[in-house]
Design a protein around this ligand. Structure first.
Ligand code: LIP
Length: 256
C-alpha cells in the first residue's frame, strides 16, 4: 500500500511541476487561495487513492468534509504551500495520510521541487527516499525553529509573533517556509528542531505528524491530549530535547 501511495504522490508531483500560471481564486479568510491545479491534483488523488482502497473515506482541503469516523480515511492536501506554488517559490508538497480510528497509520509527503519522498508507517519508522531518518539531537538553545504564521487568521498574529520573538531570543534562529508539510519533513529528518503554527487543518499535518513521531520526535495538537485531526488546531513538533522549553514558550505566549 505505501509503495502504491508513493507512486500516486509522485504523479501528483508531476502535475504540479507541469502546471504553469494556474488561475487562482480567493477562499475564506485573509490571504487564503486555491488554484485550478490544487483542484485538479485533488481530483486525481481522490480517484487514485479510492481505487487503491475501495470503501475508504476521503477528507481533503478543497472540498466540504464530514467529521472523521473510525473508518479508514485518506486525509489529503493536494498542494501544501499553495501560495509558494502560485509565486514559483518551489517549496510545496503533496501530503497524503491514511487514518484508522482517527489516527494516522500511513503518511507520505512528496516534495516535487527537490524530488524528496518522505514516508512513514505506524511502528515501522520514517524514511526519506528510502533511507531511514531521525529527528535531530540539537539542544533547545541551538534550535532552528520553523514557524507558520496562519495568515488567514489575524487573531493569531500577535501570539505567533510573541512566540517567535521568544524562540529567537531563547533558542537559535527562526525560519518560515510557507508549507507545514515541508516543515514537518524538516523536523523528521533533522533539518530543523522545532516547528509550530497556531492554526492548521488536518490535511496540513496528518502525514507529517506520523513522520515526526516515527522519526523519534514529539508532536502536539495544541489544546488536545492526543493528536487531533477532526478540525483546525495549533501544532508543535520537535525533537525530544526541545519539547519542554518549546511548550513553555508557546504557553507563555498564550498559544496553548
Ligand atoms: C499552508 C500551510 C502553512 C500555512 C499556510 C497554509 P496550504 O497550507 O502549510 O503552514 O502557514 O497559511 O495554510 O493552504 O498552502 O495547503
Amino acid at each position: 500500500m505505501l509503495e502504491k501511495i508513493q507512486s500516486i504522490a509522485r504523479k501528483a508531483g508531476e502535475m504540479i511541476l507541469n502546471a504553469h500560471n494556474a488561475p487562482s481564486h480567493q477562499k475564506e479568510g485573509h490571504f487564503n487561495f486555491v488554484t485550478d491545479t490544487d483542484v485538479a491534483v485533488q481530483e486525481y488523488l481522490k480517484a487514485a487513492l479510492l481505487a487503491l482502497l475501495p470503501g475508504a473515506r476521503f477528507f481533503a482541503e478543497e472540498q466540504e468534509n464530514e467529521s472523521l469516523t473510525d473508518a479508514p480515511t485518506f486525509v489529503v492536501d493536494p498542494i501544501d504551500g499553495t501560495i509558494n506554488f502560485m509565486r514559483q517559490r518551489n517549496a510545496s508538497a503533496v501530503s497524503i495520510a491514511l487514518l484508522e480510528k482517527k489516527q494516522p497509520i500511513l503518511g507520505v509527503i512528496y516534495q516535487p521541487y527537490t524530488d524528496e519522498m518522505f514516508t512513514a508507517a505506524l511502528g515501522k519508522g520514517a524514511f526519506l527516499n528510502g533511507h531511514s531518518i531521525h529527528v535531530s539531537s540539537v539542544p533547545f538553545e541551538n534550535a532552528v525553529v520553523e514557524l507558520g504564521s496562519s495568515p488567514y487568521d489575524a487573531e493569531l498574529a500577535r501570539r505567533t509573533m510573541e512566540a517567535a520573538t521568544q524562540f529567537l531570543l531563547q533558542a537559535g534562529d527562526i525560519r518560515r517556509s510557507g508549507s507545514a508539510a515541508v516543515d514537518l519533513g524538516d523536523i523528521a529528518c533533522g533539518r530543523g528542531d522545532i516547528m509550530f503554527e497556531l492554526k492548521l487543518r488536518p490535511w496540513d499535518v496528518a502525514a507529517g505528524s506520523l513522520l515526526v513521531k516515527e522519526a523519534g520526535g514529539c508532536f502536539h495538537s495544541l489544546g488536545h491530549d492526543q493528536p487531533y485531526y477532526d478540525g483546525p488546531c495549533g501544532i508543535m513538533a520537535c525533537n525530544p530535547l526541545c519539547e519542554k522549553d518549546a511548550l513553555r514558550i508557546l504557553k507563555e505566549a498564550g498559544a496553548c
